[in-house]
Design a protein around this ligand. Sequence first.
Ligand SMILES: [Zn+2]
Ligand SMILES: [Zn+2]
Length: 345
Amino acid sequence: MGLFGGLFDKKVCAICGGEIGLLGNRKLEDGNLCKQCASQLSPWFSDRRHSTVNEIAAQLAYRNDNRARAAAFHVTRSYGDSFTKVLVDDAMQAFMITGADNFAKENPDVFDFGMVTGCRPDIHEYRHEVMGKDAEGHPVSFQPRRYHYDYQFDMTVTVNHPFIDDMHFSLNSGTIEDADRDELDRYVAMTEDVVETMTGRRPDLSGEVPYHAPFCPDCGHDLAPDGRCLFCHPLIPVAPPRPAAPRPAPAPAPQAPRPQAAPAHGGPQGAPQQRGPQGNQQPQQRGPQGNQQPQQRGPQGNQQQSKPAQHSGSTHETSRQPAQNSGRPGNQSEPPRGGGPRGRG
Ligand SMILES: [Zn+2]
Ligand SMILES: [Zn+2]
């Protein structure tokens, strides 16, 4: 004792009277609080340092009373997918905002709906530029610039409560990409539900998450409605190739070239005639199609050279890159990344 003098002076908890260990002190405005007593405070309470011993004692008394309500809380509705959820007990007309599973043990604060003074949704939009690559593989902006958006659904609930002012939390964990429209719509509706639950009024938040037309992460062009990039994966060749060696017409269509000339004969002749042209059309269509395949690939390979596939980089938050690529509808029919040997040429 003597050696270190006052350095190790034992402090005493103003609440429980217990000795406070070396690192266990939690300062109050006019005294000290031990770690164990501090852990009983509300997780939504943040102003300990400026609290007096009396205020802390009052809060711990409230927290002790709360435990019975928490234990009796029966969840009838739950909102949110992050650790922190909004849990509602409709019979009790009360809610909790908590990640607790064991209510009796973890003692989350139970609030009456009547305590709510406000509920503010806070939908964050994060914008990242999607970059292409030039011929040397350096990142370049698309023209016009292309962006990709992520959203986070936060909320602040303010309460009229002796020890808690407000609670700020996220309904989702991580962020949600603009490509995941269903999920975004789900969170918009969930946010509206929570605000309505808290305030009795349902807001219209549909405009908070604008629709961004999807675009090809490789070339930056807008995607066709089926999610295909018409530049990277053309559906229709610009100039249909001339069939190199037209296939011999299939056997059962000798009178093909005669169109509809003689329906007058009617009867049995009508049938074979109709079948004639049809029979011809089939193989003809197949001819060019067979050729199309290689042609389609040609432009693709070329585009790859000047085009970027891999690195749809974002200006920041690079951790999202992988999801970014996989989420795009354009990837349904993957372009040959890197273009194999051709891409280098
Ligand atoms: Zn204590
Ligand atoms: Zn494209």
